[in-house]
Ligand binder design. Structure first.
Ligand code: TRP
Length: 452
C-alpha cells in the first residue's frame, strides 16, 4: 500500500502519488491570498478545488470539513489542517470539525471518555489560539452526531469488501474497525450538505495526504448515490443519464415487472429538462426510453451548474442529492530526528503544549543537514532539504519568503553554520509558541463556542 491512513510510512515521491491517484497539483499563483504553505508547495495537491473556488467567486456559500484523531497530544503536524481550514474560512467558508472519537476508540482502543479529554485539552483548546472564527466554526464528536453514523451506513451500500481491499490493502485478518471508520468518516464528510447542516453546497476537506484513500472512497460512494449522472459525450457536450437504483425505481419509471412506465418516465425526463433549463441551457435532445438527455449548448465547464440543479431536483424527489467532496492535501514535515513525526515519540515533534525549554532542546538535538566539521561545512555547505531546523522554518516558523530564501542560500553556501541555523529556528519557534500560548490562554472561552 502506498498510502495507509493508519500507518503512513512516509511518502517519498509526491509527484508519483499525484500521478497514480489522479490528484491535481495546486498552482498557488491561481489562489486568492495564498499562505506560506501554498506558496512553498507544502499544500501541494487537490481534488476538485475549483468547485469551491468558483462558489466563492460567484458569492455562493461553501463549507469546510475536517477531522482530528483525539488519541494523544496535538503537535505541529496537526496544526496544518487547522491552518488550511482557517484559510478557507477567511475566504468565506463555514468550518465543521469532526472529533474522530469513534475512530480512535475502534482503531486505537481508547475509551470515549479518554478521547473527549484529549480532544478538549489537547486539540480544541489549542484551536482557540489559532484564529478560527467561533461564529463560523462548529466542532462535534462522531459518537454524538448520529446522522454521521447513519450516513455512513447509507453510503456503505455503495461499496463492498473488494473495493475496500483495493483502496486500503485489507486482508482476511483486518479488523472491522478499519472498515467501519472510513464509513463514519464518509458520513462526517457529506453531512454538512444536509439541509439541517447548511444544505447543498461544495464542501472541501483539507487533510494530510495520508487521508486521500478516505476521500477517494467517499467520492466514489457519493457519485454512486446520484440519481442523474452528468457525463461528457463524444461530441464534446454533456449527456445526462438516469441512474436507476433500488430506492428510485418507481420514480424513474420502472414498473414492478421491469418494464418502462412511459408516462412516469416522460415526467421524470421533463423535470430533469426543466432543471437543466434552470441552469441556463436550452438545446436539448432527450431519449426517454434510454433515460438520456443530451445538452448541446453545454460542455465540461458547465457541468457543475447543471449538476447543482439536478441534485436539487433529486432532493425534491426524495434522494440525498449529494455533491462529491473536494479536498486539499498537505505534505508531511520530517520528524525532528530525521524519520517520521509521531505523537508517540515526543523527540520527533514539537507539541503545542511544549515548554520553551523543551522546544529548544528538541531543535538543538534535531537531525542536521550540515557537515561534520566547520571546515567541511564552510567548503561544502549544508543541505536544507534534509535539515530539520531549515524545514521547520519552512513549514512552521518563517512566513517571510525572502527571509527564508536568505537563510537557505546562506546555509547552502556554508556561510550559515548548523548551530546558527538551529539558533534561528529556536528563536523563531519560541517566539511563535509564546504568542500561541498567549492567544490560547486569552481565548479559552471559545472552546465552548466551538462545541456549540
Ligand atoms: N481519520 C482522520 C485522521 O486520522 C480523522 C477524521 C475523521 C477526519 N473524520 C474526518 C479527517 C473527516 C477529515 C475528514 O486524522
Amino acid at each position: 500500500m502506498e498510502i495507509d491512513p493508519w500507518a503512513s510510512k512516509g511518502i517519498k515521491n509526491y509527484d508519483e502519488i499525484c500521478e497514480k491517484f489522479g490528484l491535481e497539483k495546486i498552482d498557488s499563483s491561481k489562489l486568492p491570498n495564498p499562505t506560506h504553505l501554498h506558496r512553498r508547495g507544502i499544500i501541494f495537491a487537490h481534488r476538485d478545488l475549483d468547485s469551491v473556488l468558483n462558489a466563492r467567486k460567484s458569492g455562493k456559500s461553501f463549507g469546510v470539513l475536517s477531522g482530528l484523531m483525539p488519541s494523544g497530544q496535538m503537535h505541529l503536524g496537526h496544526k496544518m489542517v487547522i491552518d488550511q481550514a482557517k484559510w478557507f474560512q477567511d475566504l468565506g467558508g463555514d468550518v465543521t470539525i469532526a472529533v474522530a472519537d469513534l475512530e480512535a476508540h475502534a482503531t486505537r482502543g481508547l475509551s470515549l471518555e479518554k478521547c473527549r479529554k484529549y480532544a478538549v485539552e489537547e486539540y480544541i483548546s489549542n484551536y482557540a489560539g489559532m484564529g478560527l472564527n467561533p461564529e463560523k466554526t462548529s466542532i462535534y464528536f462522531q459518537s454524538e452526531r448520529s446522522i454521521v453514523q447513519k450516513m455512513g451506513f447509507t453510503l456503505g451500500t455503495k461499496t463492498n469488501l473488494s473495493e475496500m481491499e483495493a483502496i486500503y490493502g485489507f486482508s482476511g485478518n483486518t479488523s472491522l474497525a478499519h472498515v467501519q471508520s472510513p464509513l463514519v468518516q464518509a458520513g462526517d464528510i457529506v453531512h454538512p450538505q444536509l439541509d439541517e447542516y447548511g444544505g447543498l453546497r461544495p464542501i472541501v476537506v483539507p487533510v494530510g495526504i495520508d487521508q486521500d484513500p478516505h476521500i477517494r472512497l467517499t467520492r466514489g460512494m457519493v457519485s454512486k448515490t446520484n440519481w442523474f449522472n452528468v457525463n461528457n459525450n463524444k461530441s464534446g457536450n454533456l449527456t445526462i443519464g438516469l441512474s436507476i437504483q433500488d430506492n428510485n425505481q418507481e420514480i424513474m419509471g420502472i414498473r414492478s415487472d421491469g418494464g418502462i412506465d412511459k408516462n412516469q418516465r416522460k415526467m421524470i425526463i421533463d423535470r430533469a429538462i426543466s432543471a437543466i433549463n434552470k441552469a441556463g441551457y436550452k438545446e436539448i435532445n432527450s431519449n426517454p426510453k434510454h433515460g438520456t438527455i443530451d445538452v448541446k449548448d453545454a460542455n465540461t465547464e458547465n457541468r457543475a451548474e447543471i449538476q447543482y440543479e439536478l441534485l436539487t431536483l433529486e432532493r425534491q424527489l426524495g434522494g440525498m442529492g449529494l455533491m462529491q467532496p473536494s479536498s486539499t492535501y498537505h505534505q508531511f514535515a520530517v520528524g525532528m530526528t530525521g524519520g517520521k513525526m509521531s505523537s508517540s515519540q515526543p523527540e520527533t515533534t514539537i507539541f503545542l503544549n511544549d515548554s520553551m525549554k523543551s522546544i529548544e532542546k528538541k531543535i538543538k538535538a534535531s537531525f542536521s543537514g550540515g557537515q561534520s566539521t566547520i571546515e567541511e561545512h564552510r567548503s561544502k555547505g549544508g543541505n536544507p532539504e534534509i535539515d530539520v531546523a531549515y524545514q521547520y522554518l519552512r513549514y512552521f516558523f518563517e512566513e517571510d519568503d525572502n527571509e527564508l530564501n536568505k537563510i537557505r542560500e546562506e546555509y547552502i553556501s556554508g556561510e550559515l553554520l548548523t548551530g546558527e541555523i538551529k539558533a534561528i529556528c529556536v528563536d523563531k519557534a519560541t517566539t511563535w509558541m509564546k504568542t500561541h500560548h498567549e492567544l490560547k490562554d486569552q481565548n479559552q472561552h471559545l472552546v465552548k463556542d466551538f462545541l456549540n
